[in-house]
Design a protein around this ligand. Structure first.
Ligand SMILES: [Zn+2]
Length: 180
């Protein structure tokens, strides 16, 4: 992101990581997760890590980044807008009210809890249930296996390329809380 972009009041793009996407498939913290989050912060992307676990567990996982990362857990205040995901902590409801209509979303999802944000995202990294959902719903996404892949693709495709806003995602963001 260029230096001039940081002077705008509304961030151009936020990074939203589902908590389970930050873990390996064995449930351990993914060793590359912190490195990916650090890169996002260094590049001035606001970062959210959201999970169906207490916020302290998320803060413990991000460790020294806890001050810089927005951590939202199942004990954080939630809006009660209806959503197809039926998760206790709806990622869409946690993120959309917190950002502007024109702010792009980059999401990293693995569980089906993350699916509702994928639909509203301009760039999606997905594995497992989230990848199956994106395939079924024809949502363009980058498949990944570990956070190493996410960091590599983020650096090569997002930082050194350009985020192509998905008009469909932007329109959905505008409509999300107007039609309910
Ligand atoms: Zn939802």
């Amino acid at each position: 992101m260029s230096a001039t972009a940081q002077t705008t009041t509304e961030p151009q793009c936020v990074v939203v990581c589902e908590y389970t996407a930050c873990l390996s498939r064995f449930g351990e913290p993914d060793p590359y997760c912190i490195s990916f989050l650090e890169t996002c912060i260094k590049e001035s992307f606001p970062v959210y890590v959201i999970g169906q676990v207490p916020v302290q567990k998320i803060k413990a996982m991000v460790g020294s980044l806890a001050q810089a990362v927005h951590c939202i857990g199942n004990d954080s205040p939630q809006t009660d807008e209806s959503c197809e995901c039926s998760a206790a902590v709806c990622i869409r409801n946690s993120i959309l009210p917190a950002i502007g209509d024109e702010t792009a979303i980059l999401s990293v999802c693995s569980h089906n809890y993350g699916c509702c944000i994928a639909r509203f995202s301009d760039v999606v990294f997905a594995r497992d249930e989230a990848a199956a959902y994106c395939n079924a719903e024809k949502i363009p996404h980058y498949p990944y296996s570990t956070m190493f892949d996410v960091k590599r693709l983020f650096t090569s495709k997002v930082l050194h390329g350009k985020i192509h806003p998905r008009n469909k995602a932007r329109l959905l963001r505008k409509d999300a809380f107007e039609t309910e």
